[in-house]
Design a binder for this molecule. Structure first.
Ligand SMILES: [Ca+2]
Ligand SMILES: [Ca+2]
Ligand SMILES: [Ca+2]
Length: 414
């Protein structure tokens, strides 16, 4: 690629958008996209050899498990610290969250630009290759279709059993689709995607998009900045998403503006919607916001740094969200603090709540933490790099999570 990065001053990694790092006073990607498309290194598959129990029902059909994004699993986290049963080497950081299909296929995508499907025992089934990095999480429709977005500005629809391309939809009209720089990243498809009840697919780019299951555009809602926040859908069909223009938008089911709430910095966090319609969402202004369905601020809870994770909502209404200050916060529905749990580095990963209220979250201190409902540590396990990926839990108790070491981990307690 001949495109030089646009200089953008920084003093530390925290000054850089997305997960870029500060090197010599400039924000750069930890891995250059040129390396991504030139990924000739072979994949290596490793397995500890143990056979897993048969896969249960789907652990998750999309990022944050359902269109309301509450992060609730109907399964139970292991009581004892699990072990690594198998890993898959994807050759680039895995920021994306894994997904398990109803057929028991485990899907994971990485900055390699590849989407991998494997059996519950970790054996490769198929691989799909996009033309640029993948940050988005695979979403699986009721008919088995798999949707995935890429920094190549396309949303892809794939046959779930084979990975064969059904269609692709080009998001936006950015003059440069791949590589680095503002024009190359403005139309990246790294939000969600989120599948609605009627099969429409919601994602972001240079705005918020609703795309029909046949690959045609339903509507596009223009925003003033890139949308990496995965849209969430309320029970009445209202679509909510944040944008790097500092705003949170409410869009009607037919694509019309309902309201806009202005935060004080980028909104990269994805919204979560409570039963009563309350919207919770974080911002780079360090705050977690609670907004009414009419767009009024109910409260704002201030953390010590950016809130880019998506909040999880427990069965009793407690909200759990990590911050780049390294703390996982449990916040009561009135906006007061219940407890904090300290990790050793920034938290980008969105938490999972299990059926009993226990919490699972990753940290850039390279650990995955299981936390009791009262905020005490149950167990933690060290992986090979930052755990920015949001973990999922299968019916047999297997945990799947990605790491910046390029691996997908399948963890299970013997
Ligand atoms: Ca792009
Ligand atoms: Ca901040
Ligand atoms: Ca780390």
């Amino acid at each position: 690629m001949g495109h030089a990065p646009v200089p953008e001053g920084c003093g530390s990694d925290k000054d850089c958008k997305l997960d870029r790092v500060c090197e010599a006073g400039q924000c750069v990607w930890p891995q250059r996209p040129a390396d991504v498309r030139d990924a000739t290194r072979p994949l290596s598959w490793s397995s500890a050899g143990e056979a897993l129990p048969p896969a249960g029902p789907p652990a998750q059909g999309m990022f944050r498990f359902d269109p309301r994004h509450r992060g609730r699993s109907s399964f139970l986290l292991p009581k004892q610290k699990p072990e690594t049963v198998w890993t898959v080497e994807t050759s680039a950081p895995v920021t994306s969250s894994p997904t398990v299909s109803s057929d028991g296929l485990v899907l994971v995508a990485s900055h390699s630009g590849k989407l991998f499907a494997m059996s519950g025992e970790g054996k490769p089934a198929w691989t799909f290759i996009a033309a640029d990095m993948i940050w988005s999480t695979p979403a699986i429709a009721a008919d088995g279709t798999v949707y995935i977005g890429s920094d190549d500005d396309n949303l892809y629809a794939l046959e779930g059993k084979t990975g064969k391309l059904f269609w692709k939809y080009r998001v936006g009209t950015c003059q440069q689709t791949v590589g680095i720089g503002p024009e190359a990243t403005r139309c990246d498809v790294d939000a969600g995607p989120t599948i609605g009840p009627d099969g429409a697919v919601y994602t972001g780019g240079d705005g918020i998009y609703a795309i029909n299951a046949n690959g045609t555009l339903r509507w596009r809602f223009a925003t003033g900045g890139h949308v990496s926040s995965a849209p969430a859908l309320a029970a009445d069909g209202t679509v909510y998403a944040g944008s790097q223009d500092n705003s949170i938008y409410a869009v009607s089911p037919d694509g019309k503006r309902q309201w806009e709430f202005r935060a004080r910095d980028d909104v990269e966090s994805s919204p979560a919607i409570e039963e009563d319609g309350t919207i919770y969402i974080g911002s780079d202004d360090n705050r977690l916001y609670a907004l009414s369905p009419q767009g009024q601020m109910l409260w704002a809870f201030t953390t010590g740094d950016d809130v880019r994770a998506s909040p999880a909502i427990g069965h009793d209404g407690t909200i759990y969200v990590g911050s780049y200050d390294g703390l996982l916060y449990a916040i009561r529905r009135d906006g007061t603090l219940l407890w904090v749990f300290r990790t050793g580095d920034r938290i980008h990963s969105s938490a999972l709540i299990d059926a009993s209220g226990a919490i699972l979250v990753g940290s850039q201190d390279d650990r995955l933490y299981a936390i009791e409902p009262d905020g005490k540590l149950r167990w933690s396990i060290e992986l090979g790099g930052d755990v920015d990926s949001s973990p999922i839990l299968a019916g047999d108790g297997t945990i799947y999570v990605g790491s910046d070491d390029g691996k997908l981990y399948a963890l299970h307690t013997k």
